[in-house]
Structure formats: C-alpha cells, structure tokens
Design a protein around this ligand. Structure first.
Ligand code: GLN
Length: 589
C-alpha cells in the first residue's frame, strides 16, 4: 500500500479502527521527510549540535528544513526551569521560553524559530486532556497508544505543513530508556510505519567510552544503548559516535555488527574546537549524502546553492582560526560555574571575536563577596565586562560595585537585562545622588525605586510564562552610540524576558545627569537601551533586552561586536600606559 492510501485508511477517528493519526489540514503525505535523532548511553551528548549541523548540511543543499525538539518533562515550557540544572532559557521571537538547543538551531540554521519548533510532554498532555473534555475521542478510553502518540505525530505533521519543509528534524530529548521519552520514540516508530519506506531516517547518537585506565575505546555501552532502541522497534539507519578522539575502525565494526547498520553508516563525531566546524566534518564523512540517499531526496538537491553556502560558512570558521590576539571579558553572575547558563552570551562573544579578528577569553566573576576594596583586583585582568540577566537578590551589590568601577575607569561595559537595570541603579545612587536607589525586586521598600515592576505585571500571580516575553521593536535615538552600532537604522528588534523596568518618573532626572536612553519601546515609556555619551566613556551600554539571543555567526550582534571592539582598544591603551619606555630601559641597563 502506498503512503497516501495507508494514511487515508488510518486517519479517520472511529470506533471501528485501532489506527489513530489525526491529519492537520493541508498535510501532503510524502512531501516532507523526517529525520529522528535519538540519544543513547547518556545525556549531554550534544544531540542539538549534531542535529542542527546535519540539518544545516541539508539546508545548504537548497532544502527547506524545520527542526523540532521534543522534551520529556511535564513543564509547559522551559520558563520555570532553573538554569543551574537545565542551561539557559532561550526565548524565541514569539515569546516561547524553550530549551537552549533551540538557540543552537537558530544560530546554525540562521533561521527564526517559533513555538511550533518546541514541545514538551506538558504541552502534549494538555492537548490530549483538552480534547478529552471536548469529547473528541468519541467514547474511546484515551490511551498512551494511540492517542498520546497520535498527538505527537500530529505536532510533527503540523510543523511540516506550516514550514513547507522538505525535511523535519526531530530531536528527542533525554536518552533511550527514559520513561518520560518512551512515547516519543513510539510515535517515531508509528510515523515511519504510516508514512512508508524512505520517509523517515533514524539516527542513533551514542557515546564511546575511553576509560583512562585502559587507554582504549570501548563500545559495549554504545551497543547496549542501541539495543534499547532495537527493542522498541526502531532499526537505526545511521549511528553517530560521540567520542573524545575519532572512533576507531574496530569500534565502528563492532557497532555495525551488533546493530545491523552498514559500516559506512557508522560515523565518528569526535570533539572539535568549535561547534561551527561540525557541519563540514559531517559532510566530510558523507553523512549528508547518506541521509539524502535514505530519504530519496537526490532530486531536490541544488549543488550550486551548496557551494555558495559552504563558502560563506567556512569563511566564518576561517576567521575564527585566523584570529590573532586575545581579549578577556569578565562575566559576573550567580551561575558562574555553569557555562550552559550563559550559552548564548558565550556564543555571541565568539561571533563578535571573529568579527574583530580576536579570540575572546571569558573570566567568570563571582560577585557574592565582592566589595569596593576588592573590585579593582577582580577586574584587573579583564578588558571588558558583562553583567548578564538574572533574578533575585544574591550578588547584586557586588555587580553594582563592578558597574561603578567600569563606569569610573573607562572599562568597556555591556549590561544585559538585569545588568541594564543595575547600571541604572548604580548611576542613580552615585551620579544622581539618589541615595538608596534600588529595584523593588531587590528592596521593595527602598527610598528610590528606580526599577519597578511593569504595570502589566502587577496583577499577575504565579511564575509561568507571564513575563514581558519575546521579540519587540526598539526605536533608536539618532546621533547616539546605539545609532552608530545599528548603522543608523531607526529601529531594531530585540528579544525580552523581564518583569521590571525603569520607572518612567525617574527618566528625566537620570538623563539630566548624563545617562542617555537611546532605545525605547514605540508605544510605551519602556526604556530599552542605555548608554553614556562616547566622549565620557568608550563603551558603556546596557539593554533591557537579551541581544545574545539574536546573534548569529554570520550576523554577529552589534552590541557584542561593539563591546569586543572597545575591549581591543582598551587593551591597546592599557598596554601603552604600562609598557616600560624604551628610553627608560636604556638608562637602566
Ligand atoms: N529580574 C529582572 C526582571 O525581571 C531581570 C530579568 C532578566 O535579567 N532576564 O526584570
């Protein structure tokens, strides 16, 4: 039976059939192919990096790709998750708060994603339960199979319709064997059955252990992990081996033998210096062609588009490699030990470094115990500083002390969201003389609440999904630093995630003392970019938004590019000031 007939046979909801596959309007069977990426052995393999790199290889060939991440947890979105445990919360333009992998997809594919590209068990079950209350299941008992899996299939096909994708890339969160992801894997099996041969490509990402005591690669854990996949009816087409060093032929042969995958489809995906070289590595190993072959997509490939895309992308990798010199940017923060909490900032700095021809080193600064006496020492080795987003009281006074130091010593500064608010607090206290100025988030009874809760946030109770979220237009004031950063564009678009703002009644007082609000919301008095005039400070910029979320390798965000540029200049100036003079040297020798 061909895919179309099969689908029409199973898509009807009735009491007579056990099949259940609700089809979204406009779905054309066979038009969109699906690649599923499963993780085995352990989490943290870089499934998102792998999946996005593979998607990029296909996108480069002129195909339209649409990624989706399926999360096992019951939260509706990632907004209430602790970044300590789960990495940063990535905010999409439509306001969806999601997993940091979505950031990897946006950067790799240079594509804005939406809530269609992200789902959680919480969302899936909510839809099933809403349908149950509406009586949509026609008297049936609602079951994990076929109804919950039916909802998953439906989400994948909705994305296929909305994106007109040639290939939907499905990344299944967690690891094969986790209870909470098992029904996603079952949905993958069902969709392959329904869509028919050459419609789905299953990729098992696995991990090759190399215990230091043995000094050789061992494949047993990988074999067992893949066996877990076979046990639930998924025969992988491709195996990708994560490993520190290239996976050996011996290991690949063992995996091929144990899992019925031809050796030329068992690939090594070992550690590399930058995630952006992985697409080229996959291409070098022929993984892109394997997928094209399995999915019968050869006719849709455009080789000219691929040559152009590769050249552009490799230009970026070459810039990274060719970077000479290094600047150090300090990042203050509560989650200083966890790089995942600041993944997008780290990426944005890499992009900005490449744009400036330098490598950017990051110095993490814990502000919990930082004081006016110790700040100079803590910042002695940095040429720029970022105070990133955050919530709550801990470490805030230390951050404010860092900002004061940066402002008074001409040290380049970029304040992001909370870092913007704290720059306002510092300026209000130390320049405007508003003693005790603060945010009501930190001190609800302070004498000068220069940062206060947004009026629209005052009525809201509970913490889920209710901040000012997502992309907003920002009007740029002409003849400011912001205007020059954004190439004199009258407006830009930035992404937001906040509950507090500058209280409009303090704006005049602050501006009269020399802080400029150079970016504002079009319709409300919400201050979105601040700066100190360039004749008074080389680079003191803050934004209520999260510019790191919209930085891309080929389109680095101007606020980060500006920071790194200023850091390079600062480095030059301090080096000149401290270098021993040639004449002095001669005298002493
Ligand atoms: N806590 C601040 C607010 O809610 C800043 C939020 C952030 O940095 N993302 O407005």
């Amino acid at each position: 039976m061909d895919a179309e007939k099969m689908l029409s046979a199973i898509s009807g909801v009735s009491e007579e059939t056990e099949f259940y596959a609700p089809m979204p309007a406009g779905y054309k069977p066979g038009r969109t192919k699906f690649v599923f990426v499963f993780g085995t052995v352990m989490s943290g393999l870089g499934k998102g990096i792998f999946s996005s790199s593979l998607a990029k290889c296909l996108q480069d060939k002129g195909l339209t790709v649409a990624p989706i991440k399926l999360e096992g947890y019951l939260n509706i979105d990632s907004g209430t998750l602790n970044p300590y445990r789960h990495g940063e919360v990535f905010v999409l333009d439509d306001g969806m708060e999601c997993d940091m992998d979505l950031g990897t997809y946006e950067r790799m594919l240079d594509q804005d994603l939406s809530r269609l590209n992200f789902t959680t068990s919480g969302q899936i079950f909510t839809r099933v339960l809403e349908k149950e209350r509406r009586g949509s299941y026609l008297g049936r008992d609602v079951q994990m199979i076929p109804h919950v899996t039916g909802e998953v299939k439906s989400r994948l096909r909705e994305l296929a319709v909305a994106s007109h994708a040639d290939v939907v890339f499905v990344e299944i969160g967690g690891t094969v064997g986790d209870v909470e992801n098992a029904y996603y894997i079952e949905a993958a099996r069902e969709i392959a059955f329904e869509e028919g041969p050459n419609s789905c490509c299953f990729v098992a990402l696995t991990y090759i252990l190399e215990p230091p005591t043995l000094g050789e690669q061992k494949s047993k854990a990988a074999q067992l992990g893949i066996r877990g996949l076979l046990a639930v009816g998924i025969q992988p087409h491709i195996i990708a081996c994560r490993a520190r060093k290239p996976a050996t032929r011996k290991v690949r042969e063992k995996l091929a033998l144990y899992s019925n995958v031809p050796i030329d489809r068992v690939f090594s995906m070992h550690d590399r210096e930058s995630v952006y070289v992985i697409p080229e590595m996959l291409r070098g190993a022929g993984l892109d062609l394997a997928v094209i072959d399995i999915l019968h997509l050869g006719e849709r490939v455009d080789p000219d588009a691929e040559a152009r895309a590769r050249q552009e992308w490799n230009g970026y990798s070459e810039k990274l490699k060719a970077a000479s010199g290094e600047v150090t940017i300090g990042i203050t923060g509560k989650y200083t030990s966890l790089r995942d909490s600041y993944a997008s900032i780290i990426q944005a700095l890499e992009h900005a470094g490449a744009a400036n021809g330098v490598r950017v080193r990051i110095d993490w600064i814990d502000t919990s115990d930082l004081t006016a006496e110790t700040v100079g020492e803590s910042l002695a080795h940095v040429q720029g500083i970022i105070v990133p987003g955050g919530f709550g009281v801990r470490g805030t006074e230390g951050k404010i002390t860092c900002i004061q130091y940066a402002r008074e010593h001409g040290l380049p500064y970029l304040g992001i969201c909370y870092g913007f608010q704290m720059a306002v607090i510092e300026f209000a206290r130390n320049v405007c003389g508003l003693e005790g100025a603060n945010s009501t988030e930190i001190d609800p009874d302070c004498p000068h609440p220069v940062i206060d809760i947004l009026p629209e946030q005052k009525q809201i109770e509970g913490l889920g999904g209710n901040m000012r979220l997502g992309g907003r237009d920002v009007l740029i004031r002409p003849n400011t630093m912001a205007a020059s950063l954004f190439n004199k564009a009258p407006e830009t678009r930035l992404r937001f995630r906040h509950r507090y703002e500058v209280d409009p009644k303090y704006i005049d007082a602050i501006e009269q003392h020399g802080m400029i609000f150079s970016g504002k919301a079009p319709d409300y008095p919400i201050m979105q970019i601040l700066e100190i005039a360039s004749d008074k400070h080389p680079y003191f910029v803050g934004t209520q938004a999260h510019p790191e979320l919209s930085s891309r390798p080929l389109r680095p965000h101007p606020m980060f590019v500006g920071l790194v540029r200023a850091a390079v200049t600062y480095q030059g100036a301090t080096a000149a000031a401290t270098a021993p003079r040639a004449s002095a040297k001669t005298v002493s020798s």
